[in-house]
Design a protein. Structure first.
Length: 313
């Protein structure tokens, strides 16, 4: 134990027996045996190489905004990605380490009148988390503004083109291939400052209007492609047909589940796809609500709800 602790100190600041709830936006999660805060990109890959060769189990955490962690905690090494280098490159590109917050990328783009990242305003979390989950909003996403991703896999670091990353709606190959995103280069375009600002203000207004103020992990379930709808399309609001997506929040609300409560967790009254922690909720409280929503929506609409949030057991 002491040997491992001393080894981990070579890669960053180490905390022991630390409650993970404080590192997630859901504010749920028990203690971790070790948490290593890594601020240098080169050390991230080296740490994973070390852990793999030493046979130590690990879990990667960054902004903690897409996670539902177990109440019992994690009996493994938690690697916290805190790398923070961000810079403007020639040809309207932005380089960002995996630990850089999305807000910083959006801010640098605005500062340099670059268009393409407006949708990212208000999206929490890190660049690495956004690449892994192909984060997006307002019909746009990470995939379509990426030029290159640098990632660690099987003890090696290499560059991945967007085509190699296997991006789909809120997903990528990084969800299954055990690779760690180390950094990304975004390809943006020179734009009009006034238009960029207006778009950001509009998006921010749309976001904040319905977002609850309690801890959550954002949208709990993925939204659904229009072809999943088995009834008459006339029953859907025209906006859904235009956007070719059926919002899960709407489906859950149609089942009368807004406000549905288990323990300290509930389905938000303002947004059916937000499961909130209003009073020391446990992972079990949230999972019970998740199953209830899945069952009710399936029974009423024949649609299977797939979690967008990463559920760790
Ligand atoms: C209020 C709120 C609003 C939100 N709105 C949106 C939205 O509009 N659109 C959207 O897409 N998402 C949204 N989200 C979800 C969340 O912001 C995104 O999923 C975000 O990209 C997660 O990044 P993170 O750094 O917080 O990842 P974490 O939650 O720390 O991790 C999520 C997963 O990614 C893995 N991971 C983290 N870093 C790396 C890395 N460098 N390499 C490989 N794997 C890694 C972790 O192991 C974990 O499995 C919202 C969340 C909240 C709380």
């Amino acid at each position: 134990m002491n040997g491992l602790y001393n080894e981990l100190k070579n890669f960053g600041q180490v905390k022991t027996n630390i409650l993970l709830a404080k590192f997630t936006t859901f504010k749920i999660g028990g203690p971790a045996k070790f948490l290593v805060e890594v601020t240098e990109s080169e050390k991230l890959g080296k740490l994973l190489t070390y852990l793999t060769s030493a046979g130590e189990d690990y879990f990667v955490l960054a902004g903690g905004s897409n996670l539902l962690l177990p109440d019992a905690g994690l009996d493994k090494v938690v690697v916290q990605v805190k790398t923070n280098k961000i810079e403007l490159l020639p040809d309207n590109q932005i380089f960002a380490d995996a630990g850089v917050q999305m807000a910083a990328v959006v801010g640098l783009a605005l500062k340099n009148n670059l268009t393409g990242m407006e949708w990212g305003i208000g999206v929490p979390g890190s660049v690495g988390g956004a690449v892994r989950g192909n984060a997006g909003a307002m019909g746009q996403d990470t995939w379509h503004v990426l030029k290159l991703v640098r990632a660690w896999q099987n003890n090696e670091t290499r560059d991945w083109t967007p085509d190699e990353c296997g991006f789909t709606y809120r997903s990528s190959a990084f969800k299954t291939n055990e690779a760690l995103v180390l950094s990304a280069i975004y390809q943006l375009q020179l734009g009009d400052r006034a238009q960029i600002t207006t778009a950001m203000q509009t998006y921010l207004k749309q976001r904040t209007g319905r977002y609850p103020s309690f801890p959550s992990a954002g949208s709990f379930f993925k939204n659904n492609d229009l072809d999943k709808w088995q009834k008459d399309l006339k029953e859907l609001p025209p906006l859904f047909i235009e956007r070719k997506k059926i919002p899960t929040g709407w489906l859950i609300e149609q089942c009368g589940l807004a406000g549905y409560t288990v323990g300290g967790a509930k389905i938000s009254d303002e947004h059916g796809n937000f499961l909130i922690n209003f009073d020391n909720a446990t992972q079990t409280d949230v999972l019970t609500i998740m199953e209830k929503a899945q069952t009710e929506v399936y029974n009423k609409f024949g649609i299977n709800l797939e979690p967008e949030v990463e559920i760790v057991s």
